[in-house]
Design a protein around this ligand. Structure first.
Ligand code: SAH
Ligand code: SF4
Length: 392
């Protein structure tokens, strides 16, 4: 089981006894649903047993084969001799003072560290309570955006499908435990546990640079007998890899696409995002039109506000002209300053003025003060801090 959320802002080293099973065994999370079924048939089990196993792993988020009471004892034993379940080991767990955000640092079998965030949103009247898992797709990132702690750490490796999915399962266990606690207190009606409702691929790494594994993970996450997170509740954020965006447009998936734009023109964008030299703004926006046309979905633009770099009203108007005619929404995010990054946060007043500049061109936007700022919830920041604290 995952350590229950702590309210302490100070990191705690994980209990060593919670380590995952020997790294020599493969994780069952690496198997697609079809592969899991065929493997179980080869082991002499019936198809419905494979379905039960799938449900236990992904719907119930059971953490050990021993606890899968729908399966026979000999079957459980043979599974535990062949496979592990989780692929991640918790190294730190922090919860923000307001309780809205938790962040886990996970260690992978080869010692790489990745971050996963759980964000809790109370109902605002017309939307239900949501719990969003923000997950990583790579250890590190090769793309080197100058304001990003992950980019500052460089690229380590792609995550496997099992490592991507395991992060959501870990968050699901936490969310279920919270649902159960609320039921016990009478704050929630008894019935199905809600768990994680949304997944955003906005943790460490560039999802579209690990395309195959991310797509396979999305298929697992959206399986109706498993985690059951519908494509419309999944958002993939990209730095703007144009060929992969065009490929994604052809997948016939209803997932949300978020583009990290962060500047309205090539000169400004290239100053902080090296990828812009390969895929300039015009090509990127053209690919966004293709995605919106193919899927009928609106595009989300992430715009990190960097003081005196990209946050003037003139730049807002330029952005408004650039996005004109595209079905989209802009999220304005004052930067979470990093150790090596040279940028300060834009203040709220200036962010609101930026919003007005966009509105003049009919572009809707929201100012998002980042959740969990007190727990280093910005991308790559907990790993950075862990390396300072743990010498990891
Ligand atoms: N590589 C992908 C997804 C991971 S980053 C991408 O770049 O879109 C997720 C989001 O966090 C991106 O929009 C990224 O630009 C933003 N981000 C990175 N560093 C940040 C910081 N220091 N403060 C605020 N947002 C940041
Ligand atoms: Fe990589 Fe995204 Fe960070 Fe850029 S912002 S360095 S693409 S993780």
């Amino acid at each position: 089981m995952t350590t229950p959320p702590s309210t302490s802002p100070e990191p705690t080293a994980a209990d060593a006894s919670e380590a995952t099973a020997p790294a020599s065994l493969p994780s069952i999370l690496e198997l697609s649903r079809d592969k899991l079924t065929s493997t179980m048939l080869e082991l002499g089990e019936k198809k419905f047993r494979a379905d039960q196993l799938w449900r236990s792993i992904y719907h119930e988020a059971v953490s050990s084969f021993d606890d899968m009471s729908t399966l026979s004892k000999p079957f459980r034993k043979s599974l535990s001799e062949k496979y592990t379940i989780s692929t991640v080991e918790q190294a730190m767990f922090l919860t923000s003072a307001d309780g809205s955000t938790s962040k886990a640092l996970y260690k992978l079998h080869d010692g790489e560290l990745i971050e996963t965030v759980l964000m809790r949103y109370e109902t605002d009247g017309h939307r239900r309570n949501r719990k969003t898992a923000c997950i990583s797709t790579q250890a590190g990132c090769a793309l080197g955006c100058t304001f990003c702690a992950t980019g500052q750490q460089g690229f380590r490796r792609n995550l496997t499908v099992g490592e991507i999915v395991a992060q959501v399962i870990e968050m699901q266990r936490i969310a279920y435990a919270e649902d159960e606690a609320q039921m016990a207190e009478g704050k929630r009606t008894k019935g199905e546990l809600q768990g994680v409702t949304n997944v955003v691929f906005m943790g460490m790494g560039e999802p579209l640079a690990n395309y195959k594994n991310v797509m396979a993970a999305i298929r697992v996450l959206s399986d109706g007998q498993g985690l059951n997170i519908g494509a419309r509740h999944i958002t993939v954020s990209t730095v703007g890899l144009v060929p992969q965006i065009l490929q994604l447009a052809k997948e016939e998936l209803q997932i949300n696409l978020a583009i990290s734009l962060h500047a309205p023109d090539n000169t400004t964008r290239s100053q902080t995002m090296p990828i812009n030299q390969r895929y300039p703004v015009e090509d990127l926006i053209r690919a966004c039109h293709r995605y919106a046309d193919a899927t009928g979905r609106r595009i989300f633009f992430e715009y990190v506000l960097l003081k005196e770099q990209n946050d003037s009203v003139e730049q807002a108007q330029k952005l408004g002209r650039l996005l004109n005619g595209l079905h989209c929404h802009v999220n304005l995010i004052p930067v979470n300053p990093t150790k090596l990054g040279p940028f300060d946060r834009t203040d709220l007043g200036a962010a609101k003025e930026f919003q007005v500049g966009l509105k003049q061109y009919g572009i809707p936007s929201t100012v998002r003060m980042e959740k969990g700022i007190d727990i280093n919830a910005g991308c790559g920041q907990l790993r950075e801090r862990a390396i300072d604290i743990l010498g990891a």
